[in-house]
Design a protein around this ligand. Structure first.
Ligand SMILES: [Zn+2]
Length: 264
């Protein structure tokens, strides 16, 4: 678990990703008429629980923590990872604990049935921890999906998130939602702030995803100041911030009037 995994690069990786984006789609039917933001943290490190949750809660918001229980109690390049007490604490404070598979394998390199079984194991063990609804949504480890995995998991989760960049709007794929990273230092911060401006100008659903939140972050993480700057920009713009699962429940058919209430 300590070695940093590299998803497939080159032509094979590109073709897999293109197929995963093109097939087994579940188009978003709702017209999103007000800007929406969700903050999510993958894997997740203790620093996301400590600094990430603190910054999000400061604004009265809640985040989505994509949890891979196989990481519980371990330490890797993201720092110390969560344990069961962290999961329970976040759940009690109203954050969403969502599924990120148990073993954190690359779905594009695993048989779909085995991958789905691993996700099912994660959900079952989360429920044993008292997370009654762990699985309204899912995030693909490394953002790597496959057509088979999308099909196998589509009935299980209301939505699945990848790491393909962008803002989600009508017609986009609920089986592979776009997202924007909370990483990349100064340039990454500019990109995130540009995302906030864009979603404000042209409404849609912007899902941020991060990993560690600490003073000396990994390549996949950010500093507390970075997250604070993004949160401040979202708050100043008066954009509604909700966990992924809550947005999904509002996007269900017949729920559209709710969206108008979110407008600042
Ligand atoms: Zn992950």
């Amino acid at each position: 678990m300590n070695a940093v995994y590299e998803p497939a690069s080159g032509l094979v990786g590109k073709l897999n990703r293109l197929a995963a984006r093109t097939f087994a789609r579940r188009p978003l039917k709702a017209d999103i008429s007000v800007p929406l933001v969700s903050f999510s943290f993958d894997d997740f490190p203790k620093s996301a629980r400590e600094n990430g949750a603190r910054i999000i809660e400061h604004h009265g918001w809640r985040a989505t923590f994509y949890t891979a229980l196989g990481f519980a109690g371990q330490t890797n390049h993201l720092g110390e990872l969560m344990d069961e007490a962290d999961i329970r604490a976040l759940h009690l404070r109203g954050h969403e604990i969502a599924c990120h598979s148990f073993s954190h394998h690359d779905a594009s390199r695993q048989v779909a049935k085995a991958f789905a079984a691993d996700c099912e194991r994660n959900c079952a063990e989360l429920m044993e921890l008292g997370i009654y609804k762990p699985a309204s949504s899912f995030a693909f480890p490394y953002g790597e999906a496959s057509v088979g995995a999308k099909r196998a998991l589509a009935k299980r989760y209301g939505a699945m998130r990848g790491v393909y960049p962008g803002i989600n709007r009508k017609g986009d794929d609920l089986n592979l939602l776009k997202a924007m990273p909370l990483d990349g230092g100064e340039a990454g911060l500019e990109r995130a702030l540009a995302g906030v401006r864009e979603v404000q100008t042209r409404p849609g659903w912007l899902i941020f995803y991060g990993h560690d939140v600490r003073e000396d972050p990994s390549q996949w993480g950010c500093t507390p100041a970075f997250l604070e700057a993004v949160s401040e920009a979202v708050a100043k713009a008066g954009i509604a911030v909700l966990p992924v699962g809550e947005v999904l429940s509002h996007l269900a058919p017949g729920k559209q009037p709710q969206l108008a209430k979110w407008a600042a």
